[in-house]
Design a protein around this ligand. Structure first.
Ligand code: DUC
Ligand code: ZN
Ligand code: ZN
Length: 487
């Protein structure tokens, strides 16, 4: 006789692989039984007519993070985690961002101290590495990876963050040795800088010129270069926030050649365009993010990449800066585009908008939706099968999803700490009604049911996805992918 803390009955469970009508028995925060359950649980939920999905994993978000120019995100770990949970997400992987001169341990300790008393759902961290000195890469980074922070992001642009190709090679070599996942922001710094200078010389400082300065060619070139560096050292790598078909095609080509190159895209590249930046006054600032939204043809190309499997994960890239002097207008009431904080919010709408426009409109099936919003992130970042699926032994992280529920997205009804949403007025059909994290009911009847700080830190495994292919040998010897005739 089993004793269940919670039994979910009569729902259709959908994982990345299959849909099954079954009951779910939960005990001690874990899924312990799948199938027909006769015994009563301490708590019971009737999920008749609902989809029972793995809770989402948002693997790219900026929470309680200071940008390199010193601007604080609007969300802390409380408002950010609450907002994510209302949208069906049960795990967050935000960044612990190193500013040059900081030790990685100090950075992680600071972010842990912020998250622990506030997050209502489970969380881990990716590092951002802006200082690729020997001490950081050779000693500190391996220690952090050993401690379960098994992924990190590097940048090819931004004065205070960018690494040059030599530094990137050092970082990739370390990631390969340690089997950590490298995430890369791929935009050509000097191309952006050059166009920006020319635009500003011509007095073109309005928000819409942000999208001109961050040209697609800058993204394509940097994506190609990043992939080349990863190929040289046979190091798996994930290209974050891909906005354009040209960059996506670089990823596709690499994948066709058998390289472990992964891609991520985000709601802003499906649902916004350059026209959103072209608003009266400064209003376009609300849509400034990097890379910027492109055009409707790009949106279709990004959809195709999600459908055909070229993209591995769909993340929010939630980077919330309010439309006031604390955020977008921190440099003054009418800053030129290069002084506007980059980023848009999206934690809460990530899954509902993809469900509504993807599954609801017949572009993708529910299994692909689950894969993109949960399972693949778990696999890519060392959390699978604990997170990202509904299976015996997995954490009971579950979103009960009403495919018919329609919600109009407005700044007021989104639970983050923002004063706008870029998706104001859109209706998304398909929302979670009950959200469960480790068997705890987090959201029910439109209400938060757990205490702040009840989320747990996740020490992650080294991801299988970060294992080198083994088909190339990065040491300099005649059997390698180096031109070795004279070695
Ligand atoms: N990169 C991100 O990942 N998020 C916001 C802005 C940026 O440049
Ligand atoms: Zn980035
Ligand atoms: Zn980001």
């Amino acid at each position: 006789m089993e004793n269940y803390d919670l039994v979910i009955r009569n729902g259709v469970t959908a994982t990345h692989k299959e849909s099954v009508k079954q009951d779910i028995g939960i005990r001690g925060g874990k899924i312990v039984t799948l199938g027909e359950i006769e015994e009563k649980g301490t708590r019971e939920i009737d999920a008749e007519g609902l989809l029972v999905l793995p809770g989402g994993i948002d693997a790219h978000c900026h929470i309680e993070q200071k940008s390199s120019s010193g601007i604080m995100t609007a969300d802390d770990f409380y408002s950010g985690s609450v907002s994510a949970a209302f949208g069906g997400t049960t795990t967050l992987l935000p960044f612990a961002a190193q500013h040059r001169g900081q030790s990685l341990r100090q950075v992680v300790d600071e972010y842990m101290a912020c998250a622990k008393p506030k997050s209502v759902i489970d969380y881990g961290f990716h590092l951002i590495i802006s200082d690729a000195s020997d001490a950081i890469i050779g000693q500190e980074l391996p220690a952090m990876i050993e401690d379960g922070i098994t992924s990190f992001k590097i940048y090819m642009t931004y004065d205070d963050l960018k690494l040059d190709d030599y530094e990137i090679l050092n970082v990739l070599a370390a990631a390969r040795r340690e089997q950590a996942m490298v995430m890369i922001h791929a935009e050509n710094h000097d191309v952006i800088r050059w166009i920006t200078e020319k635009l500003l010389e011509q007095g073109k400082g309005a928000p819409k010129y942000h999208a001109v300065a961050h040209a697609r060619i800058a993204e394509r070139e940097a994506t190609h270069r990043a992939i080349s560096l990863a190929e040289l050292l046979d190091t798996p790598m994930l290209v974050v926030h891909v906005s354009s078909e040209a960059a996506l095609n670089e990823i596709r080509r690499a994948q066709k050649r058998g390289l472990k190159i992964y891609g991520e895209t985000c709601p802003q590249y499906l649902f916004l365009t350059i026209d959103d930046l072209d608003k009266d006054g400064m209003d376009g600032a609300m849509f400034c993010c990097s890379p910027p939204p492109r055009d409707t043809a790009s949106q279709e190309a990004i959809w195709e990449g999600l459908i055909d499997g070229s993209f591995t994960v769909f993340s929010s890239d939630h980077a919330p800066y309010r439309y006031d002097g604390s955020g977008k207008l921190a440099a003054g009431p009418e800053p030129t585009f290069d002084k506007i904080a980059n980023g848009v919010p999206g934690l809460e709408i990530r899954m509902p908008l993809l469900f509504s426009e993807g599954v609801g409109k017949g572009r993708m099936d529910i299994h692909r939706f689950v894969e993109l919003t949960a399972t693949n992130a778990a696999k890519t970042y060392g959390l699978y099968p604990r997170k990202g699926t509904i299976a015996i032994g997995s954490d009971a992280d579950i979103a009960l999803w009403d495919a018919q529920k329609e919600v109009k997205i407005t700044a007021e009804n989104i639970h983050d700490n923002m004063d706008y949403t870029p998706y104001e007025g859109r209706i998304a059909k398909g929302w979670p009604t009950t959200v469960i994290s480790r068997g705890r009911i987090v959201i029910e009847n439109e209400e938060l049911k757990v205490e702040r700080g009840s989320g747990q830190y996740l020490k992650r495994e080294r991801p299988e996805a970060a294992k080198p292919t083994g088909r190339l040998v990065p040491e300099i010897d005649p059997k390698t992918n180096f031109d070795a005739k004279f070695i």
